[in-house]
Design a binder for this molecule. Structure first.
Ligand code: ARG
Length: 583
């Protein structure tokens, strides 16, 4: 029996086919199959109830009648029953579970199965996108970690992803930066930590501007010169960007993030004219006190709160470059979906941007891309306020990552003093960086969360160390089994024990979890799943001996070990977490 990669979808298609031959149903009926509460079955179809109500039919009777038609070959692997007021429960029989696991045996099988979901879809993930001349601090990690996981998950699901780093490399801050560069820079300090020095002189200039109007005038004059293309200021601007980007690059390197493009705000500054013209021509934008603005009369707030797309001094801004950016991505890359990963404070900006783009593209007859703002909350310290150093400054990201590795190094030292030093370093890096990353991904992104070293580095609970350990443990199990683990999977017999079945069922829900994760753009669904999977594996391994005499039983238990390892490793890879063979 062919059950397909996503069992819920297979069931849905089959139910719909049966319903289409029954006179009670019409095309508005959607079976709506989802993973079920395990006490009732593997999957549940919830769609009969609302459909029957709408048609004035008895839901329970309708469900009974539908289930009466679900028999014969295609349904032999599934137990079907009606529950409550008209839900339909499905439980896969052990041979069907085994079939599925024999079909999806390696990374490529999973990828082929998953790639139906977004096959060929062109999408852009706009993430990290920091502003130049500033160090990255802890808060910056969220966009990187979420954006990278989402990019990997979409790629795995068949999409063509452009990872675009929309760097904030244009704007009024350059007036002050250039003035500061020319007057306050310490050449030695610039050599030892360039970004730190840029930040220092920028702050100095910013403070002086408040006290001394002549400094402010000079900074403004530098900005105007830059905007007019003055060669000296252009060179300094490039130098500042180069310094920033190489500091960012060190962090991307450490996190294993590689962008396809780095088209920052400056790239779009000469592309905004067309945007202004079109938005005016279609009556979407209007002049207001010298500025160009967009109101959205249908929206409770944005009917009054303008989206300023050109400032009153004629300069472009964040909104204008973002509008030009959408046009560029759709025109040049044929983007069908654009995902922006930023913190929650930018929600208004993106809502206004999306409303504007939809109207603009619809009036010009362009295909309107799907637009998603993947926003996230704040990382809190143990005092419940945004996380800071003891002295009250933001924590630099490079310091946080260094501390993570160092703390993980002492844990490794304690647990495994006998390993070679180089391997200890490598394990520490994987645990430390993985722990920080995973802590971020495992949270529902829209909530704030409290960061605590003890929690993120714990080997218990929903953490990276726990999952990395689960992976290493299965590798060591295989190591100990040696040649006895080399079995022919086709000799496996159907699962019998409760633990075998529970683990097999969990493995089968992976496709639905991937779908949910991408549908909602929330990687924590996948994290929770992997955590539960590791728990089910432990339950199975503690209860059922693997190397038994019965060849069929042994084969199916080894198969479960193999597939658990596959799904854990693949799942963590998709989240951007590097796994280890031993630790
Ligand atoms: N540079 C912005 C910031 O640091 C984030 C940019 C996000 N992307 C975008 N296309 N607006 O807040």
């Amino acid at each position: 029996m062919e059950i397909g990669f996503n069992v819920a979808e297979t069931l849905e298609t089959r139910i719909a086919a049966v319903a289409s031959e029954m006179e009670e149903f019409d095309e508005t009926f959607a079976p709506d199959v989802r993973p079920a509460d395990p006490r009732f079955g593997d999957f549940q179809a919830n769609g009969v109830l609302p459909f029957a109500k709408k048609q004035g039919l008895n839901p329970r009777a309708l469900a009974d009648k539908l289930v009466g038609r679900l028999d014969g070959g295609a349904w032999s692997g599934v137990e079907v029953s009606v529950a409550g007021p008209g839900f339909i429960n499905f439980t896969l029989r052990p041979p069907a579970l085994l079939d599925w696991l024999l079909t999806y045996r390696g990374e490529n099988d999973l990828k082929n199965g998953a790639s139906d979901l977004y096959q060929g879809k062109k999408l852009v993930v706009d993430y990290s996108s920091p502003n130049t001349a500033k160090q990255m601090h802890v808060a910056h990690i969220r966009s990187m970690v979420l954006g990278e996981a989402i990019s990997r998950l979409f790629e795995f699901s068949g999409a063509q992803v452009v990872r675009d780093n929309h760097i904030g490399d244009w704007g009024t801050q350059y007036g002050k930066l250039i003035h500061a560069y020319k007057h306050y820079l310490d050449a030695e300090a610039l050599k030892s930590d360039p970004l730190e020095e840029l930040e220092r002189v920028y702050k100095k200039c910013d403070n002086l501007c408040k006290e001394d109007p002549s400094v402010l005038d000079s900074a403004r004059a530098e900005l105007v010169k830059l905007q007019r293309g003055d060669p000296e200021n252009r060179t300094l601007w490039e130098e500042i960007n180069r310094i920033s980007e190489s500091a960012f690059e060190a962090i991307y390197e450490e996190l294993g993030i590689r962008f396809d493009t780095h088209l920052g705000e400056s790239f779009y500054r000469d592309k905004v004219g067309e945007v202004y013209a079109e938005l005016r021509r279609h009556g979407i934008a209007q002049e207001s006190e010298g500025a160009l603005v967009v109101f959205h009369p249908e929206h409770p707030r944005f009917k009054k709160q303008p989206f300023i797309i050109r400032k009153s001094d004629g300069a472009s801004n964040y909104a204008s470059t973002d509008l030009a950016t959408v046009l560029y991505r759709v025109r040049e890359w044929k983007a069908e979906k654009i995902i922006y990963v930023t913190d929650g404070r930018q929600q208004d900006h993106f809502q206004q941007l999306f409303l504007t783009v939809r109207k603009w593209f619809a009036s010009t007859g362009r295909p309107v891309p799907e637009l998603d703002h993947v926003w996230f909350g704040t990382i809190l310290g143990e005092d419940g306020k945004a996380i800071k150093t003891r002295s009250g400054n933001p924590i630099k990201l490079k310091d946080l990552l260094a501390e993570a590795e160092q703390r993980a190094r002492s844990i490794v030292e304690e647990k495994n003093p006998g390993l070679p030093a180089e391997e200890k370093d490598d394990i520490a890096r994987a645990i430390g960086i993985g722990a920080v990353r995973y802590a971020d991904l495992a949270q529902n992104r829209t909530s704030d969360y409290v960061f605590s070293w003890d929690k993120v580095l714990s080997f218990e609970g929903n953490t990276a160390p726990y999952l990395l350990y689960a992976v290493a443990r299965i590798h060591s199990i295989f190591g100990r089994m040696g040649e006895s683990a080399e079995i022919d999977e086709s000799s496996a017999t159907p699962f019998e024990t409760g633990q075998e079945q529970q683990l097999a069922r969990k493995l089968l829900t992976l496709p639905e979890i991937l779908k949910m994760t991408l549908g909602d753009l929330r990687p924590h669904f996948l994290c929770t799943y992997l955590y539960e999977l590791a728990g089910d594996f432990s339950g199975f391994y503690n209860a059922d001996k693997v190397l038994v005499d019965d060849a069929g039983v042994k084969a199916r238990r080894i198969l479960l070990c193999r597939r658990t390892l596959l799904v854990l490793e693949e799942g963590l890879r998709l989240l951007g977490i590097r796994t280890l063979k031993r630790m």
